[in-house]
Design a binder for this molecule. Sequence first.
Ligand code: ZN
Length: 105
Amino acid sequence: MSNIYNLEFKTIENQPKWLDNIMEIAERDGVIYHRKKGNSIIYIKEKERYSCMECDVTINIVERKHNVSYGLPININVEVEEVPYCPNCEEKPNDSGKFIILKKD
Ligand SMILES: [Zn+2]
């Protein structure tokens, strides 16, 4: 297991600013690994399936909806954040999002 914990994670680029969970990615020998920033649980991508590195269970997704305003309060978009979690190792994430006003760049 020691190799696993030497994975070098980096933040995935160009993620939306309204995400609660910044995702990180690592790659070794052609295998892709993901984790939530600040989280020790690692998800392995095999074909199109993500599984938990700790317990090998398939990862679940919670859809968390955020109300995002891009400058004007009348202009609100519902944005869906897909929050991954292991049903064995992690608590199910809350599906209620937040209200965010983003300043225009
Ligand atoms: Zn797990």
